[in-house]
Design a protein around this ligand. Structure first.
Ligand SMILES: [Zn+2]
Length: 266
C-alpha cells in the first residue's frame, strides 16, 4: 500500500468517526433537553391564554382544530413528553458505510462545489395517546434538528386506542380499535389490531412512533419502496391520523374499549 492510499484511508476513518460523534451528540442533546418555559413571552392569543392558566387541557385545542403556532404551548400543557430522533439516513464510504444515521445527507451541485443539506425526523410523545412527528431540513445539522423538534411539537395529534382483536377478550386499550391504512409516495402501510403479548410487529423506526403513542401490540403490512424511510414514517403518521378521523358509533365504544387521547384509568 502506498503512502497516498494510507493517507486517504486515515482521512476516511476520521470522517466516519466524526459522523458517528455527531449522531451521538444529537441524541444526547435531545435526551437531556430540559423544558425551559420561564422566559417565554407568548405571541399568539392561545399562547397568552395557556400561560395565564385559562386553558389547561390540550384536548380543548386539538378537538376544535385550533392551529398551534408556538411549541411552548405543548410544553406547558404536556410536560411529560419524550423525544426521539429517527434514523432516516445512511453514512457513506467504505468504512461503516451503509449504517443508519439520524441525518439524511443530500447534495446540490453548484459552481462553487457541492453544497450539502441535512434532514432529520423527530418524534415526540407522552406514551399515552399523544404523538407528533416533525421533519426538519437545513444546511447544518443543529438547525435541522431544532426545526424537526419544533415541527414535531406543532404537529401533535391525538390518537384513539382500543382492542379490536377478535383473539383477545381483555378490557384494556393496548392496541388499536380497527385496522387503518396510510400512504405516502409509493409506500402503503396497514396497521392491524393484535392480541396482548404480540408486541410491535413493524419496522423499527415506526415502532418508535407507536411506542411513544402508547400502543403496545400491533400487526402491520407494507407495500412499495419501504427503503425510503422518510416516506414510510409519514405513511405511519397518516395511518395514525385516520384513527381519530374515522367516525365511530357509540355502540362500538364499549366492545372496542375505545380510549381517545389520555387513558384516565392509568
Ligand atoms: Zn386486548
Amino acid at each position: 500500500m502506498s503512502e497516498e492510499e494510507k493517507e486517504t484511508k486515515e482521512q476516511e476513518e476520521e470522517v466516519v468517526k466524526e459522523v458517528k460523534d455527531e449522531d451521538e451528540r444529537a441524541k444526547e442533546v435531545v435526551a437531556k433537553k430540559q423544558v425551559n418555559i420561564d422566559g417565554w413571552v407568548p405571541k399568539t392569543n392561545i399562547g397568552r391564554k395557556v400561560q395565564d392558566g385559562k386553558i389547561t387541557d390540550i384536548n380543548e385545542l386539538l378537538d376544535k382544530g385550533i392551529n398551534i403556532l408556538e411549541p411552548e404551548i405543548i410544553e406547558t400543557l404536556l410536560p411529560e413528553m419524550k423525544t426521539e430522533l429517527l434514523l432516516i439516513g445512511q453514512s457513506k464510504g467504505k468504512f461503516g458505510g451503509g449504517q443508519r444515521r439520524i441525518f439524511r445527507q443530500t447534495q446540490k451541485k453548484t459552481k462553487e462545489g457541492n453544497k450539502p443539506k441535512f434532514a432529520t425526523i423527530a418524534v415526540i410523545g407522552n406514551k399515552n395517546g399523544f404523538v407528533g412527528v416533525g421533519y426538519g431540513k437545513s444546511r447544518e445539522t443543529v438547525p435541522a434538528r431544532e426545526k424537526a423538534l419544533r415541527n414535531a411539537k406543532l404537529n401533535l395529534i391525538k390518537i384513539s386506542r382500543g382492542c379490536g382483536s377478535w383473539q383477545c377478550t381483555c378490557k384494556d386499550a393496548h392496541s388499536i380499535p380497527f385496522a387503518v391504512k396510510g400512504k405516502c409516495g409509493s409506500v402503503q402501510l396497514k396497521l392491524m389490531p393484535a392480541p396482548k403479548g404480540t408486541g410491535l410487529c413493524i419496522e423499527p423506526e415506526c415502532a418508535k412512533i407507536l411506542e411513544l403513542a402508547g400502543i403496545k401490540d400491533i400487526w402491520s403490512k407494507t407495500k412499495g419502496k419501504t427503503k425510503s424511510k422518510a416516506k414510510l414514517i409519514m405513511a405511519c403518521e397518516k395511518a395514525l391520523l385516520s384513527l381519530i378521523h374515522t367516525k365511530k358509533q357509540e355502540e362500538h365504544n364499549k366492545t372496542l374499549n375505545l380510549v381517545e387521547g389520555k387513558d384516565k384509568g392509568e
